[in-house]
Design a protein around this ligand. Structure first.
Ligand code: DAU
Length: 364
């Protein structure tokens, strides 16, 4: 029998990277019962949650946030106490090549979800209405790009998205705020910095570099490698989302960041050094695979997050430092060759061919 004591959360995109980590933590720590709606696009993998196969408080439903009828049925059947919207197209390079799916999922999909949530919320009893929350997981990329000496992004930094991906996330954030201010929907938004950790699809920098090292393939560094990102261990992010979901005031936005700024070339050297130690090869360093390639179009120079607000209001603090988090992450990839094999099938190979063979400076 499902437990009656903990709340029920409908989460979207629970088979993706951040959604999987959140779902596993939510079940391990009994934060909530989870109904996971996931469309199983290329970056999702239900096997991430195979540990929950016999968990009666975990339900998987295959489907899209754009499917109004399905979302309505889920509300009716499971009567959730809250929603966390992880579902999104999230890879900047893909948004540059094919923006359409970003507009569909991130903007139209979020809008569908908001509409159905509002219908549901308007019709539940007032005590349940008071407790209900719609939490939208977003990104620091909506704030634009920083120069070297700019202060980190704050919750009040004006939006200035610069890629089709970040523009679509900015639009979805605006819609969430609009539903709060116009219709009273009890919403929350979190804007995170770059996540890393177990289950990340190897199109993003860190897992891509780990896998290319393991396969002795070139390590592609866009431009001069001096772009800076602020790295956040995924479990710290999930804990932050839970704190916001359970303790924040309605209508608030919280930035969640790792306060770990690194240039891309530093990150890649760190991975190479750890692999030199954990998986040594005679007379060889993985850093010899580093290859500078043509820069990403419109490449944002630097992201950094000021997360004083979540620390102060909600007593959140990242537990993982970059040196410990990156080592754990590399170890996880070394220990999961079957997962890697599964996700690196056909579609992934097509993407690698398309993205890294496009022009001069290509690595293949
Ligand atoms: O800031 C949060 C955002 O971080 C998330 O909202 C996005 O969903 C997520 O994809 C990420 O965006 P980035 O574009 O920063 O992540 P990505 O891992 O694609 O790239 C990190 C940096 O590494 C970026 O400066 C581009 C560079 N890069 C990336 C790849 C894939 C390379 O130099 N070579 C590569 O092959």
């Amino acid at each position: 029998m499902p437990s009656l004591s903990s709340p029920t959360y409908l989460i979207t995109g629970g088979c993706g990277f951040i959604g999987s980590n959140f779902t596993l933590m939510a079940r391990q720590q009994n934060w909530s019962r989870i109904i996971n709606l996931d469309a199983i696009t290329y970056a999702a993998n239900p096997a991430n949650l195979s540990a929950l196969a016999n968990d009666e408080d975990y339900v998987f439903v295959k489907g899209s946030i754009g499917d109004r009828h399905l979302v309505e049925q889920l509300f009716e059947k499971y009567k959730p106490d809250g929603i966390i919207n992880f579902a999104a197209e999230s890879h900047v390079d893909r948004s540059i090549l094919h923006p359409d799916s970003f507009i569909n999922t991130n903007i139209l999909g979020t809008h569908n979800l908001l509409e159905e949530t509002l219908n549901y919320w308007n019709n539940i009893d007032s005590s349940k209405q008071k407790e209900f929350r719609f939490l939208h997981v977003s990104t620091d990329e909506v704030y634009g790009s920083l120069d070297a000496n700019d202060p980190p992004f704050e919750e009040t930094t004006p939006y200035d998205p610069r890629s089709p991906y970040s523009a679509s996330k900015a639009a979805s954030d605006h819609l969430v705020n609009a539903y709060h201010h116009t219709y009273g929907l009890p919403s929350l938004i979190t804007n995170c910095s770059n996540n890393y950790g177990p289950y990340q699809f190897p199109e993003k920098l860190i897992p891509l570099i780990i896998l290319n090292c393991l396969n002795l393939k070139p390590l592609p560094i866009y431009g001069d490698g001096q772009n800076i990102r602020d790295w956040l261990y995924v479990e710290d992010h999930c804990q932050g989302i839970y704190n916001v979901m359970t303790n924040a005031n309605i209508g608030e936005t919280y930035n969640i960041g790792g306060q770990t700024e690194r240039t891309n070339i530093e990150v890649v050297h760190t991975i190479c050094n750890i692999l030199d130690e954990l998986k040594p090869k005679p007379d060889f360093s993985y850093s010899s695979l580093i290859t500078f390639v043509k820069d990403r179009l419109g490449h944002d120079r630097r992201y950094a997050i000021n997360c004083n607000k979540i620390k102060k209001d909600l007593n959140w603090q990242a537990q993982e430092s970059f040196p410990t988090g990156i080592r754990k992450t590399i170890q996880w990839y070394l220990e999961h060759p079957t997962w890697i094999e599964q996700v690196c099938s056909g579609e992934y190979q097509n993407w690698i061919q398309t993205n890294y063979k496009k022009s001069e400076g290509s690595i293949n």
